[in-house]
Design a protein around this ligand. Structure first.
Ligand code: G1P
Length: 289
């Protein structure tokens, strides 16, 4: 079945980025010239996703406004002859069919996904965690969809990490290597305190089959007292239904300062308008070590 829907859990508070996120959602923080959330929405659309489901919470209105039509602004841009900008703004409001679902309580990633159950109507779906911004030739969701079409099972995006960073991630254990980048998974643990199961961390891109929703309904809160997607996937993995794919691309954790800074520099370096100036700025930096 075609992957048409993508769930975006966007109800989190973004405390790692305070005070920037005191009055704006973390998804609206800017990377170069676009809010973070727009990168992931564009990734989904470029991967053939037709419907986006935002699992949202209080204080996220500016995100809804961003993807809505701003009639007054459009009028001003048109009347002052700034047609290119007008076209850009119109494109943003027309780019996606977005449904908003409120997650009333912050009960974890697994719970957030469960909030989309009625809208998913038994279809397989993508999950995108928009804190994870990925610079790649082919959008990562599109890479995962190609693998899904091959194996017809749950697929998690994987990235090798250093063992000392394992406690920030879900970490998988490998059952068998299917081919160069594809693995069948045996198990996984959310934010392990002990020796990690492998060097592979789960990154915020998934293709999931609807059976995960039934498992989530009975999954008990664990790490951080939250219902974890990793725990539900673990149950599926033990029955042999979960694959991991080492995607092609550079991932940045834009939910924290260094990740956002690294993303900003890398995206600027890939932008022909900004790259020459970036080079000049970097060569003159006065570092405080
Ligand atoms: C979530 C997932 C975790 C994954 C991480 C990737 O954690 O639960 O398994 O490794 O995203 O960014 P979070 O960072 O939301 O705590």
């Amino acid at each position: 079945m075609k992957i048409r829907k993508a769930v975006f859990p966007v109800a989190g508070y973004g405390t790692r980025m305070l005070p920037a996120t005191k009055a704006i959602p973390k998804e609206m923080i800017t990377l170069i010239d676009k809010p973070l959330i727009q990168y992931s929405v564009e990734e989904a659309i470029d991967s053939g996703i037709e419907q986006i489901i935002f699992i949202t919470g209080r204080a996220k209105k500016s995100m809804e406004d961003h993807f809505d039509m701003n009639v007054e602004l459009n009028k001003i841009l048109l009347e002052s002859g700034r047609t290119k900008l007008y076209e850009d703004m119109k494109r943003i409001s027309e780019m996606a069919d977005i449904i908003y679902v409120r997650q009333k309580e912050q009960l974890g990633l697994g719970h957030a996904i469960l909030c989309a159950k009625d809208i998913l109507k038994g279809e397989p779906f993508a999950v995108i965690l928009p804190d994870d911004i990925i610079l790649s030739k082919e959008p990562v969701i599109s890479q995962l969809i190609r693998q899904y079409e091959r194996v017809n099972g749950n697929i998690i995006s994987l990235m090798p990490i250093k063992a000392e960073h394992a406690r920030r991630y879900g970490i998988v254990s490998i059952d068998t290597r299917v081919d160069e980048r594809m693995y069948k998974l045996a198990d996984m643990v959310e934010k392990p305190k002990d020796t990690p199961l492998s060097e592979f961390a789960i990154i915020g891109r998934y293709i999931l089959t609807p059976d995960i929703l039934n498992i989530l309904e009975t999954t008990q809160p664990e790490t951080g007292n939250e219902i974890q997607l990793t725990d539900a996937l673990r149950t599926l993995a033990k029955n042999g239904h979960v694959f991991g794919y080492e995607f092609d691309g550079m991932r940045f954790d834009c939910g924290e300062k260094i990740g956002l800074l690294e993303a900003t520099i890398n995206f600027a370096a890939q932008n022909s308008e900004l790259a020459p100036e970036l080079r000049r700025i970097m060569s003159k930096l006065d570092y405080k070590d």
